[in-house]
Design a binder for this molecule. Structure first.
Ligand SMILES: Cc1cc2nc3c(=O)[nH]c(=O)nc-3n(C[C@H](O)[C@H](O)[C@H](O)COP(=O)(O)OP(=O)(O)OC[C@H]3O[C@@H](n4cnc5c(N)ncnc54)[C@H](O)[C@@H]3O)c2cc1C
Length: 389
């Protein structure tokens, strides 16, 4: 992987950071990821370490106490973390979704108040969009903000489901409707009327602290509205989902790298009679596809991150392509990695069994594979129209 084309395109500073991320993951994440998965929780200490290393605010500018790293470096962080633990990477994903929305759409006052603690990891954020009856169909949100008579407060009622990090987040970016218009609002965890109900026994991302949120007459200041009512689904949520996709695309790439590295190591040593697995053509076919997907995914992720750093309009579609490709390739690679290991790949002692369960989730979060196909298909068909074909 390190000799891949994607790696060759990095600056020395990006390469140096990538080495730092990989070494952190090798020492402080990989040895514990299986335990976190089994116990379905991340220890506070590892989240504190992410915070101390500046990883939770890495994309935020220095004026808000962030690291001011470019998106390529953000992608490398997610790739390195994704090799170790998808659940831990999800904390970085969601923190960046909330932070980047605030950076783009927050008022000066909101940025001053919320961004520094988010950047330093003193506060964990969660992105509360999905509802039991509004997943892909976001227009169907039923969570409601009702203004009081003075207009200085909103009364929040509704229900959110499948919210990552909600078990330990201190602030929620909640999407709903205000006078029938989509709206987004920051809701601190300790607000009376908010009940957090943990979700356990997920197939993958088991340590990511998912929960349902129940809001019953929760009073929040109108000053916590992020962006103008009416624009929450067209402008506010897309910024978060875009960063979520960059993070997930790169995390899936890391998982794919894990599958590849585990598979080549095993194929080189596992003896079947007088041959190793790697001597067998059918096993080599599986590894060939994995290695090629890894190279292609690496380039797609790198291109998406570079486009974002260059503020190019195509960053949106490049990110969709990267997430679409790497999440599906990760599912294929994880399945093949289990196949290559046989029974030992079906046991928790091998990371590929966890990869297998985590990979499928990546096809569902930050919009499903089908929604990616729908949006990308539309973009490509429109392009044909523009070229007059
Ligand atoms: C581990 C995990 C973490 C998550 N974290 C968060 C979080 O932090 N915040 C948050 O808000 N949500 C989160 N989610 C929820 C996730 O974003 C939704 O599950 C996702 O958007 C899909 O919604 P749904 O599950 O309701 O599926 P549905 O929308 O009901 O879709 C079911 C199936 O129908 C397909 N489908 C739906 N609409 C169309 C269409 N128009 N065309 C073609 N096919 C279609 C879908 O692709 C899917 O295959 C998380 C989910 C998981 C599993």
């Amino acid at each position: 992987m390190d000799k891949s084309r994607g790696q060759q395109l990095l600056t020395d500073a990006q390469k140096g950071r990538h080495e730092e991320f990989k070494s952190f993951v090798r020492l402080d994440v990989e040895p514990f990821a299986e335990q976190w998965d089994r116990e379905q929780r991340l220890p506070e200490s590892v989240i504190a370490t992410l915070a101390k290393r500046g990883y939770l605010g890495c994309s935020l500018p220095r004026e808000y106490d962030g690291q001011g790293w470019d998106t390529v470096t953000f992608g490398l962080l997610n790739e390195a973390l994704g090799r170790g633990s998808s659940a831990l990477t999800d904390v970085v994903t969601v923190q960046s979704m909330v932070s980047m929305v605030l950076l783009k759409w927050g008022t000066t006052e909101q940025k001053r108040k919320w961004l520094p603690p988010l950047a330093k990891g003193e506060m964990i954020g969660a992105f509360a969009l999905t509802e039991p009856d509004a997943g892909s169909a976001l227009q169907s949100l039923t969570t409601e903000f009702t203004p009081n008579s003075k207009g200085d407060c909103l009364l929040l009622n509704g229900h959110k489901k499948w919210i990552s990090c909600a078990q330990f987040a201190e602030v929620f970016l909640v999407f709903g409707k205000l006078d029938q218009r989509p709206a987004a609002c920051l809701v601190p965890r300790d607000t009376p009327g908010l009940h957090v109900e943990p979700i356990s026994d997920l197939m993958g991302f088991r340590a990511a602290g998912l929960a349902q949120l129940h809001f019953q007459d929760v009073e929040v200041p109108s000053a916590n509205l992020v962006g103008k009512p009416g624009f929450a689904l067209s402008h506010v949520a897309p910024v978060g989902l875009h960063y979520g996709r960059i993070s997930t695309a790169c995390s899936a790439l890391g998982l794919l790298r894990g599958c590849f590295e585990e598979s080549i190591a095993y194929a080189g040593t596992r003896k079947i009679g007088d041959k190793t697995l790697g001597d067998m053509g059918m096993i080599r076919s599986l590894i060939a596809r994995m290695g090629t997907d890894l190279e292609a995914g690496s380039l797609l992720c790198h291109n998406a991150c570079r486009a974002e750093d260059g503020h190019l309009p195509e960053a949106f579609e490049k990110t969709l392509m990267a997430k679409y490709f790497t999440s599906r390739a990760a599912v294929r690679a994880a399945s093949d990695a289990v196949q290559i290991r046989g029974a030992s790949g079906c046991h928790a002692s091998s990371p590929v069994s966890r990869y297998y369960r985590d990979a499928k989730i990546m096809e569902i979060i930050e919009c499903t594979t089908q929604i990616h196909e729908d949006i990308l298909g539309n973009i490509f068909v429109d392009q044909a129209g523009r070229f007059g074909k």
